[in-house]
Design a protein around this ligand. Structure first.
Ligand code: 6PG
Length: 496
């Protein structure tokens, strides 16, 4: 057992430092992390045997004590009581909160560390404030290993709680920065802001995973063996693509079962999802933000789940029949560029959504600080997040990440490879939804005069929805009598 490296400033001798409800693997690992940092943790789990087994097995002695009832667990804590929930998102969180509140007092703090929907966190903060309880919705990323050794933590909600939990959460979080001493945990904002930022993290995670899966598909189609691909991913992990997901992809591709068979080759190609990617896309759509790469990543997981239907479709539906693109000849540099350019675009889309959410919900999110929280501990950690953090540090009001000089240069050099990759893959009949979506967004975004004038004309034709004109000031709306005598457009106080 190690001594406390960062003891709680409010530690009192009459009570324990923190409670934790939910001893599934994430909960257990977070408890061990807290204990390793010197915190005395009171734990409770619905199934007492799980508590007993865990407490008996752990190596931190009475730094970790189990309780049979929520009431006993709460009574063991010093005030203000700090209780972390790591239970299944959804109705279970409400049930646990309901069972806790009768034993809590003014100023006590509940921290929900699960993957809760941000609107639930906003609702819970408001409801608990009526009881004088400070609710914190904290995104926690990093999986089992992160929970044990340092996750990225994104807390938001009742800001009164922050002085009481800051040292503790920052102590157990991952560290980044030149001296590896900057905690990947900071206050994000009010209401459900913490869970919102975690949700966007997960959406980006879906996008990153799809981008890497497409590279794997293309390299496989070109005849590369799994071990060759493992080497390629490992090499990519030494440079601009250095990231946790590239690193584990290399390890996955190199992995063999006991019988020597490549593990990746025997895994069913049907991806699961628990919903955070879908929530990301729904929210982006609601905010009018085209987070299209993530939308494609969610859609690709859905298509992957149609296992039997895809097998039937393969028999029925032809691919390219003219032989075009049958020899896919992409260089590894092109594919590496495709990964990099697609990621740049995906992150730009993610930060556009965060920016829009910040305005819509009046959260005043610090986008540079969000990028810093993701530099270590979390699933999307990557060197590239330093570049995003730097871009916002240099220009806090940056209109769009893609306008930052680093992004302009990086995209200028990588987008050619992305384009070649999309063209070649498409000609060969191979699906690259994330790459194609990234490229299409890129080309649409950099087109000053697009084709939406036709859409406006169509809307006006069939529904008199009106349109703005290039030869008149913005904000003046016009309607044309398309089927009548034609003639001049009629202006007026139309609503669009
Ligand atoms: C993290 C992850 C984690 C998520 C899993 C599974 O940041 O540690 O995002 O929170 O639950 O990655 O997500 P899906 O089952 O939706 O793929």
């Amino acid at each position: 057992m190690t001594d406390a490296t960062s003891p709680s400033p409010e530690r009192s001798s009459d009570g324990r430092d923190v409670g934790l409800v939910g001893l599934a693997v994430m909960g257990q690992n977070l408890v061990l992390n807290l204990a390793e940092h010197g915190y005395r943790v009171s734990v409770y789990n619905r199934t007492t045997e799980t508590t007993d087994e865990f407490v008996a097995r752990q190596e931190f002695g009475d730094h970790i004590v189990g309780y049979e009832t929520i009431e006993q667990m709460v009574a063991s804590l010093s005030r203000p009581r700090r209780i972390i929930l790591l239970v299944k998102a959804g109705v279970v969180v409400d049930k646990v909160i309901e069972s806790l509140t009768p034993f809590l007092d003014d100023g006590d703090i509940i921290i929900d560390g699960g993957n809760s929907l941000y609107t639930d966190s906003t609702r819970r903060q408001t409801a608990l404030a009526d009881h004088g309880i400070h609710f914190v919705g904290a995104g926690v990323s990093g999986g089992e290993e992160g929970a044990r050794n340092g996750p990225s933590i994104m807390p938001g909600g009742a800001s009164q709680a922050w002085p009481h939990i800051k040292d503790m959460l920052q102590a157990i979080s991952a560290k980044a920065g030149p001296g590896q001493d900057e905690p990947c945990c900071d206050w994000v904002g009010p209401e459900g802001a913490g869970h919102y930022v975690k949700m966007i993290h997960n959406g980006i995670e879906y996008g990153d995973m799809q981008v890497l899966a497409e590279a794997y598909a293309l390299m496989s189609a070109q005849g590369q063996s799994n071990s060759e691909m493992a080497t390629t991913f490992d090499q990519w992990n030494q440079g601009r693509l250095k990231s946790y997901l590239v690193e584990i992809t290399s390890e996955i591709l190199a992995h063999t079962d006991d019988d020597g068979v490549s593990t990746i080759d025997v895994i069913l190609d049907a991806a699961g999802q628990k919903g955070t990617g879908k929530w990301t896309v729904i929210s982006a759509m609601e905010l009018g933000q085209p987070m299209m790469l993530v939308a494609e990543a969610v859609g690709a997981r859905m298509v992957s789940s149609f296992v039997e239907t895809r097998a039937q479709a393969q028999q029925l539906l032809p691919g390219p029949t003219d032989g075009a693109g049958s020899d896919l000849e992409l260089t590894l540099d092109d594919i590496g560029d495709a990964i990099y350019a697609a990621k740049l675009i995906s992150y730009a889309q993610g930060f556009m959504t965060l920016d829009a959410a910040s305005s819509e919900f009046e959260w005043n999110l610090d986008l540079g600080s969000v990028a810093k929280l993701w530099r270590a501990g979390c699933i999307i950690r990557a060197v590239f997040l330093d570049d995003i953090a730097r871009a916002y540090a240099e220009q806090p009001d940056l209109e769009n990440l893609l306008f930052d000089p680093f992004f302009v240069d990086a995209l200028s050099s990588a987008v050619g490879g992305l384009r070649r990759t999309v063209v070649a893959a498409t000609a060969a009949g191979l699906a690259v939804p994330a790459y194609a979506s990234a490229l299409t967004f890129y080309d649409g975004f950099r087109t000053a005069r697009g084709s939406a004038n036709l859409i406006q004309a169509q809307r006006d034709y069939f529904g008199a929805h009106t349109y703005e004109r290039l030869d008149k000031p913005r904000g003046e709306w016009f309607h044309t009598d398309w089927v009548g005598s034609g003639g001049a457009a009629v202006s007026g106080s139309y609503s669009a």
